[in-house]
Each structure stands twice: as C-alpha cells, then as structure tokens.
Design a protein around this ligand. Structure first.
Ligand code: TXA
Ligand code: MG
Length: 325
C-alpha cells in the first residue's frame, strides 16, 4: 500500500522529533534522518551497524536548495543536476555549513541528491529540510527494494516505514565527484556513464574494476548470506551442476544467453535480457536465493555498458572476500 498524505505528514513529524523513517526512492529504500540533527544521523549508523567514517547522502527536495547544502556549486554540477534531477544521480560537492560532520563521516565534501520518487519528494517537501539516507539495510548486506525487505531486516529499529511500492531502478544512484578538475564516477548506478558523457560532451572516468585486488581492500558489500561465485556466462550451467554435485545448495542467476537451458540446481532464476529489468530485480533475486536456503550463488557479469556497469559492480562486490572478523 502506497503511503498516504497523512502517512507522509506523520513521517515528517517523526523526522522533526529526531526519529528514523525508512523511505522509498526510485533506486533503493533509504533510512532517513534529519540531516541537521547529529544525534539522529548517528543513530542511522548504529541501526545499520555501519562505521561512522562512511559518509551519507543528503536528500533534498529540489536543485534550487543545493546552495543551502554545498559551499560551492561548479558549473558541471549545475548542468548534471539540471539534466538528471530528480533521479538516480548523487553529486559530491564541497560541504556547506549546514551539513554536520556526522553526516559526511568527517569529510569536507558532501554527497547530495534529489530522488525521483513521488513519496520521497512529498516527504522532503513536507519536512522542508535535508534528509540523510543510506540504503535501509545492515552494513554490507543487500539493499532493500521493497518496504517488506526493510521491515524484515530492520524491524523495530526504524520508527516508521513509508511504503512506496517496489523500486523502479533497483540499484543505487550513480555518484559523481564534481570537486576535482574533471568529474568522475565514484560509484556506477542508475544513471549510465553513456548518459553522463552525452550531457557533459566528454568522457568521464570510472573506477577500474579489472585491477587485481589486494585481499581486504575489496570487502564484500551488497552481499547475500550465500557465497557468490562469478563464472563465464557459457559455463554457468556446468559450474552450477558441478557445485550441486559436490553437495552445495546452488542458486543460479541464469544468463539470458542460456535462457531455457535445463539445469540441475537447488534454485534457478532466469536473468532478464533487458538490463533495466535485471537491475530492478537484482537485489530481490539475491534475497530470494537466500530465502530458499542456497549456500552458493552462481552468476555471470553482464556486458559492462549502460546499466550493465552498475549490475557488474554490485555482483563483483557481492562476490568479494568476506570480512573474517
Ligand atoms: O541510491 C542511493 O544512493 C541510495 C538511496 C537511499 O538514495 N542511498 C545509498 O546510500 O546508496 P549509501 O549510504 O548506502 O551509499 C552512499 C555512498 C557510499 O558509498 C559513500 O561512500 C558515498 O555515497 N559518499 C557519501 N558521501 C560522500 C562524499 N562526500 N565523498 C565520496 N563519497 C561519498
Ligand atoms: Mg548502501
């Protein structure tokens, strides 16, 4: 059931009183707090079990409020805000004085975005200020894309959950740093690199994913309980059946190129051929395979173009080494 105007008013009250509100956005559900209330912001870190040095995104109702939260808004940031807001794009700017250091993890920069979801926008307007909102999941686990995911994972730790239906984009926002000489992508997400480049009229850098990683520098994130193993798309069936034969309960995200192939697995989820549909479903699939008791998930990376770049980034991180502590 989608949140009513009364639910939204109530949620704005909860934020004013220093409480936490889970809110729908077009990307994933967020765990919202009044960005100017350091105690409320600190509580989001406790609820998530996230280290306080990890900065949060400040959500605002419109680009016209950007100057309240950022010290300096370069022309590039203005251009991107004009084109992509409201939408799945986060801009990193120099921190305005209104933003407490609790929200930025002590950084002198701040991440800001205007979410493209009617319930989020209504809440931001009713509340009137900025709302910090990390994804509403425990640190390291899979982001929630339905209100039910939030309730199941955070339960009573949240004062109110606003339901806005399933998230349309399904992966987090694209984060672009606009504080340097040239803008760069810090996290691929719902706005594609190609769309950014079309608006900027020049190439934009993305963090390298091909580099060999030192163990421990690539801690697993966006990860389900089951271990995730990435294989070449052509080998997904063979690897699944091999692991299943070794006694694993294997869940496979069957690549579109193998659609309809028979596969002996504990659970099979065929991946949609459209990357938009895949992104929308991705976190739900990982949760579903956990729910069905899989201990191993076999997946393949899509082509790293368009939304495929964000999907591949999340799958790599889900497959990354788990913290040993
Ligand atoms: O789609 C999204 O962005 C969702 C929805 C709820 O808006 N939010 C989200 O928040 O994904 P979170 O906290 O899970 O991820 C925020 C990311 C982190 O990777 C953090 O390091 C980065 O934003 N970030 C925040 N402030 C930053 C800053 N000043 N400089 C660089 N990165 C920053
Ligand atoms: Mg997150």
């Amino acid at each position: 059931m989608t949140a009513s105007t009364r639910d939204i008013e109530k949620a704005a009250e909860v934020l004013r009183a220093g409480g936490l509100v889970a809110l729908p956005t077009e990307t994933v559900y967020g765990l919202g707090a009044n960005a100017e209330d350091p105690a409320a912001v600190s509580r989001t870190f406790q609820v998530k079990g996230r280290p306080p040095s990890h900065p949060l995104i400040v959500h605002i109702a419109g680009a016209e409020h950007l100057h309240d939260w950022a010290e300096d808004v370069p022309a590039t940031a203005r251009l991107l805000a004009e084109h992509f807001w409201p939408g799945p794009l986060t801009l990193v700017l120099r921190r305005g004085r209104r933003v407490p250091l609790e929200a930025t993890g002590g950084l002198e920069t701040v991440a800001v975005r205007v979410p493209g979801h009617p319930v989020a926008l209504a809440l931001l307007s009713a509340f009137g200020g900025g709302v910090t909102a990390p994804s509403a999941n425990r640190f390291g686990s899979v982001s929630p894309t339905t209100a039910e995911h939030v309730r199941a994972e955070l339960g009573d730790a949240v004062d109110l959950v606003l339901d806005g239906g399933p998230c349309d984009v399904g992966v987090e926002s694209t984060i672009v740093d606009t504080t340097g000489d040239a803008p760069s992508i810090l996290r691929p997400g719902g706005v594609t690199r190609e769309d950014l480049e079309a608006v900027l009229g020049r190439p934009i850098t993305v963090p390298s994913t091909s580099r060999v990683r030192v163990p421990g520098q690539h801690p697993s994130h966006y990860a389900p309980r089951a271990r995730v193993v990435l294989v070449e798309p052509g080998k997904a069936v063979a690897e699944t059946e091999r692991a299943q034969g070794l006694g694993h309960r294997v869940g496979v995200l069957l690549p579109p190129s193998l659609a309809g192939a028979p596969v002996a697995a504990h659970a099979v989820i065929p991946v949609p051929a459209s990357t938009a549909a895949y992104a929308r479903g991705l976190y739900g699939y990982l949760r579903e395979l956990d729910r069905r008791g899989c201990d191993l998930i076999i997946a393949s990376l899509p082509q790293e173009e368009g939304l495929g770049l964000a999907i591949a980034n999340r799958l790599r991180r889900a497959a990354g080494p788990r913290p040993t502590a």
